[in-house]
Write a protein that binds this ligand. Structure first.
Ligand SMILES: [Fe+2]
Ligand SMILES: [Fe+2]
Length: 347
């Protein structure tokens, strides 16, 4: 007597095990079963008895269920081929590991994993205007005068308007400001995210816009860092500033999101003024060489610039981003926190 065990997962995923006596009776039963199956399905089945996945005895079914419950899955084939696990003819999604770097010796270039963000047309790049949204309510005035006070103090501390504004001065200023500018979006997104989790309520579509803004500011920083590496003293100042700003902005966002978005709106107004000044220095000042200096690769990739793009094109793109943050934050500041974000991802 030969015992045959065959395990299969039928169309409905039921596991069956066969244990049968291979004798004349079984052969007759099997050939009847095969011809019946061929008639019903139109499929040609191999008459080789050992390849037929058939009916199981109750003992074997019980045994297999017991093994299954004990975690012995080795007899169970990969279920992804089953019809009810997959609704499409496309290959099942599997983890893509072949193109990913195995070690940090071969990292992908900076800007490879960025969120969607606007890509500006030539017209949009050159039509950015310096604008001002007059403060109306008390909270708006607080935001406006806070930004003005910060700007004035920073300009005096860094002697920005004294002497020549050379490349070193510009790059360090951009680096420092962008390390600060990347904070509000992330803090606001995190606060709204935690709020949604804690209260078990939906967000109103704001989080993605805030995260995009935070990343966009970080990409401004990554681009500026291609031109100059800051000293340890600069890095220490950034650490201190981040500690203070993250704490203050987080507390402020819990108290008044309107104040915070208005504050960022005014901060972005100042950023547009700063980058417009930078463009003036490129056209007719100490940064004339940025008219021809090639844009860093990260900038070409992130803003999808032409291969021959220059640093001037990069500053134009950054200024357009800042103008976008300006309008987004003034809009969010004027909205109720439970109104839907009008900005789609990447828009
Ligand atoms: Fe920025
Ligand atoms: Fe900005």
């Amino acid at each position: 007597m030969t015992t045959l065990k065959a395990i299969c997962l039928c169309k409905h995923g039921l596991m069956q095990t066969r244990s049968a006596v291979q004798n004349n009776v079984a052969d007759k039963m099997t050939s009847g079963f095969v011809s019946c199956l061929q008639q019903k399905t139109g499929l040609h089945l191999n008459k080789d008895w050992t390849q037929i996945r058939g009916v199981s005895s109750k003992t074997d079914i019980d045994k297999n269920i017991k093994e299954f419950k004990e975690g012995k899955f080795d007899k169970i084939p990969d279920p992804t081929h089953l019809e009810h696990f997959r609704k499409t003819d496309k290959p099942a999604i599997t983890q893509q590991t072949s193109n990913l770097p195995v070690t940090t010796d071969d990292p992908p270039p900076i800007g490879t994993h960025t969120l969607p963000h606007p890509i500006w047309t030539d017209e949009e790049l050159h039509n950015v205007q310096i604008t001002h949204n007059p403060p109306v309510k008390f909270v708006d005035k607080m935001a406006y005068y806070s930004v003005k006070a910060m700007r004035k103090s920073f300009d005096i501390l860094t002697r920005f308007d004294w002497g020549e504004r050379n490349e070193k001065k510009w790059v360090l200023r951009i680096c420092f400001l962008e390390t600060v500018a990347g904070v509000p979006g992330m803090v606001a997104a995190m606060t709204r995210h935690l709020h949604s989790l804690r209260r078990m309520q939906r967000d109103y579509g704001w989080i993605h816009t805030l995260l995009e803004e935070a990343e966009n500011e970080r990409m401004h920083l990554m681009t500026a860092l291609q031109l100059r590496q800051p000293t340890w003293l600069f890095r220490t100042c950034v650490i201190g500033a981040q500690g203070v700003f993250v704490t203050m902005f987080s507390l402020s966002y819990l108290l008044s999101p309107r104040f915070c978005h208005r504050f960022v709106g005014y901060l972005e107004e100042e950023a547009v003024i700063t980058y417009s000044k930078c463009l003036k220095d490129i056209e007719n000042g100490s940064l004339k060489h940025w008219n021809t200096q090639p844009a860093p690769e990260v900038a070409l990739r992130y803003w999808k610039l032409a291969p021959e793009a220059t640093m001037k094109d990069v500053i134009l793109a950054i200024r357009a981003d800042e103008a976008h943050h300006r309008v987004v934050n003034h809009t969010l500041a004027s909205m109720n926190e439970k109104q839907y974000n009008p900005y789609e991802p990447g828009k």
